[in-house]
Write a protein that binds this ligand. Structure first.
Ligand code: UDP
Length: 239
């Protein structure tokens, strides 16, 4: 058996709230959380340091509150709280799966999560703990994708692995347009120019300005995270 050698030492995995849905249409599917836990156990076993930015779209998105007439900032704060709930669920699943974790929230909520202290987070990672970031960057008008880019830069992650429902970036939404073609690689600027809905432009711009690559892949295909950290071809690389 050849030795499995990861090409990345530290990664930031962006999990949308939807990725916790599994087959249900609302909330958190524990089987899905368990399967993520198994994959985390495997890749931390390879010596890869992992931070996860968790989204909240399975519970609440600021834009849906705004659409219903709420003030945008208030609605976004509800969205931020949704990510903290997901963080608690994910931490529970990971710990039950034998993965050591720390939950770090950008909004102070001492009973369930630590505050964000960059050096402390790096220490957790060095000790092999999976750090779960919740509450985005702690401010309204942002997304957890932008928060993922920011934290990835702060902790010096070498790549963002962006888990989605499809296996990469397509010319159009492959769920809607059957003629849509997948890119194996694509430049940051082309994602923005073509208006591809992978991540918001703030997130892409941050990655572009700091040359932080993003790999967009399908979370539902087992083993994809491992493939990505081993440098094998998976999904689409934005560079
Ligand atoms: N949000 C925010 N600031 C942030 C990150 C998130 O206000 O830094 C709010 C925003 O309302 C967003 C919600 O939290 O709609 C959930 O995050 P997101 O939509 O990014 O979750 P995902 O799509 O990844 O599940």
């Amino acid at each position: 058996m050849p030795e499995l050698k990861p090409v990345y030492k530290r990664i930031l995995l962006k999990l949308s709230g939807e990725s916790l849905l599994g087959k249900s249409s609302y909330g958190i599917d524990l089987e899905t959380a368990k399967s993520i836990a198994r994959e985390m156990k495997e890749i931390t076993g390879l010596g890869v340091q992992v931070a996860i930015m968790i989204g909240g779209g399975n519970i609440f998105r600021g834009v849906s509150g705004t659409a219903a007439g709420m003030d945008r900032a208030s609605a976004d704060y509800m969205g931020l709280l949704a990510t903290i709930m997901n963080g608690i669920a994910l931490q529970d699943a990971l710990e039950k799966g034998g993965v050591f974790t720390r939950h770090v929230s950008a909004i102070e909520i001492k009973a369930v999560a630590e505050p964000f202290v960059r050096r402390r987070v790096i220490r957790h990672l060095d000790k092999g703990r999976v750090v779960i970031f919740s509450a985005g960057i702690g401010s309204p008008y942002f997304t957890t994708d932008t928060a993922a880019a920011l934290r990835a830069l702060e902790i010096k992650a070498q790549v963002i692995l962006k888990a989605t429902k499809v296996d990469g970036v397509y010319t159009a939404d492959p769920m809607v347009d059957k003629t849509a073609k997948k890119f194996s690689t694509i430049k940051y600027l082309d994602v923005i120019k073509k208006g591809l809905k992978v991540m918001d432009t703030t997130a892409i711009s941050l990655c572009k300005d700091n040359e932080l690559p993003i790999i967009v892949f399908n979370l539902k295909k087992k083993g994809n995270i491992k493939k990505a950290v081993l440098g094998q071809k998976v999904g689409t690389k934005i560079y």
